[in-house]
Design a protein around this ligand. Sequence first.
Ligand SMILES: NC(=O)c1ccc[n+]([C@@H]2O[C@H](COP(=O)([O-])OP(=O)(O)OC[C@H]3O[C@@H](n4cnc5c(N)ncnc54)[C@H](OP(=O)(O)O)[C@@H]3O)[C@@H](O)[C@H]2O)c1
Length: 340
Amino acid sequence: MGYRIAIVGATGNVGHEMLNILAERQFPVDEIAALASRKSIGTEVSFGDKTLKCTDLDTFDFTGWDMALFAVGSEATKKYAPIAAKAGCVVIDNSSLYRYDSEIPLIVPEVNPEAVHDYKNKMIIANPNCSTAQMVVALKPLHDRAKIKRVVVSTYQSVSGGGKAAIDALWDETKSIYNPTDNTAQDVFTKQIAFNVIPHIDKFMEDGTTKEEWKMVVETKKIVDKNIKVTATCVRVPVFVGHSEAVNIEFEDFLDEDEARDILREAPGIMVIDKREDGGYVTPIECVGDYATFISRIRQDSTVENGLNLWCVSDNLRKGAALNAVQIAELLGRECLKKG
Ligand SMILES: NC(=O)c1ccc[n+]([C@@H]2O[C@H](COP(=O)([O-])OP(=O)(O)OC[C@H]3O[C@@H](n4cnc5c(N)ncnc54)[C@H](OP(=O)(O)O)[C@@H]3O)[C@@H](O)[C@H]2O)c1
């Protein structure tokens, strides 16, 4: 016997990837429902070699469904996730709405799988921010060996992190630069994104950081260790898919770069590509469609006592969202619901 699963936001970027990944990984599905807004009723989405027709989230009855994988943004999640949870369907949510609720587990399965049992508190599990997910997969095995004190991270985040509208904005702006008669009436980004970079993701906080930067700090503490200090600068770049991060890590104990490379090679979810030669590192375009978080440019930082630098790249729609959500569903099934 398998699971009855609802994909909420099935027409979106993350919803589309969740359907692909469930099929790729042969998740034990008895029945699957594709849900979106009323305007998408009847829209066809693919699930492996099957085609599903979207139905309306607003009128869907979650009774008897095991899990609902939500990717609809915080506003719709606030309205519909409690309805699903109340009906006895475990919600795995991609939005930021529940991530900072102390009763709701925030999970990256390679890092804190034990937190899955707390799903019972509210029948909801939160999926982290895309930039946090890939970074903590790399931090955890290093932290286990040499205890991380402080992380300084700069991100280079692709436009797909901002949803379908942001992808269209980059495409339209790029075309309009070659053909100025094209219409580019977009207000997705605060400045031109084509051939540019924007040091601003999500809203500004009172202290001058952005919400995206704040999320990386708070989520890393919740998932890995509350004592790790994190400071982040999050930047949107004109890349369609794949987030990159330059990460500087300061440890309590000395960690040699060769040992760090060996530790990361053995760690779950990580692929080390680190040759000190032309092209001996990974760029975002090479990680699209992949499951791994890629680590390159591992090197000692001699300006602090116990420091390392590394470059971390992953498909933000996969490890940063859909893959992590499906891994949580697998974990929940294996450890708690035990069907299939
Ligand atoms: N993209 C990433 O890298 C990433 C990473 C981590 C987390 N997330 C989070 O995942 C969520 C989805 O992101 P996305 O990139 O997939 O967005 P998206 O491509 O814009 O898709 C949004 C989806 O939500 C549905 N939706 C929106 N409002 C709805 C409502 N009121 N009722 C029913 N369905 C509704 C849309 O359905 P219609 O097509 O019918 O409008 C669509 O299926 C967001 O919370 C985002 O913050 C994204």
